[in-house]
Design a binder for this molecule. Structure first.
Ligand code: C2G
Length: 147
């Protein structure tokens, strides 16, 4: 019986898309319990990211994915070590656009970078959306903010 493995990852997950889902699906193959830190709107401002979807929506979407056991707010760059200890994390996983950036966590757990899904990104989706007519964008915005 393989040992129980706790896994941790973080992300913004704005305009949730297949690249995010494929990563989570691949991460799920690595262990048993998956904890996902979703960046708060305030932390995204620190990251220089302006989200289309508010934190609550992004967290609810990620939390509804089969296999995601817990969603926690990601409020700072520095919280990772504390989270790894708090949740007895065995494996920290990120997409390989972060390759090498979190190697310092190898002192606390395994660190794995998985290949990104090419051809899709939140930025690309935003660019496509911004090219649609302003009145259609206006009605899209009002639909998103009515939810
Ligand atoms: N991702 C992917 N394929 C894509 C797009 C994203 O595999 N086409 C992965 C990223 O590599 C990341 C995760 O999906 O591991 C979430 O991506 P983002 O929402 O862009 O998260 P990011 O802004 O990179 O925040 O402390 C870590 C940061 O919070 C990560």
């Amino acid at each position: 019986m393989p040992a129980h493995k706790n896994i941790l990852t973080y992300g913004t997950f704005d305009l949730f898309h297949i690249g995010h889902l494929r990563l989570i699906q691949r991460i799920l193959k690595l262990g048993d319990k998956l904890i996902v830190g979703v960046s708060t709107d305030e932390f995204n401002a620190v990251k220089g990211k302006k989200c289309t979807m508010p934190f609550e929506h992004r967290a609810d979407i990620v939390g509804s994915i089969k296999g995601v056991d817990l969603v926690i707010p990601e409020q700072s760059w520095e919280q990772k070590i504390k989270d790894i200890k708090k949740f007895n994390v065995d494996i920290f996983v990120m997409g390989d656009d972060w390759k090498g950036k979190f190697d310092y966590l190898k002192e606390y757990c395994d660190v794995i970078y998985l290949p990104r899904t090419e051809g899709i990104s939140t930025t690309k989706i935003k660019k496509t959306l911004s090219s649609i007519s302003p009145d259609l964008k206006q009605s899209l915005n009002s639909v998103i903010h009515q939810m």
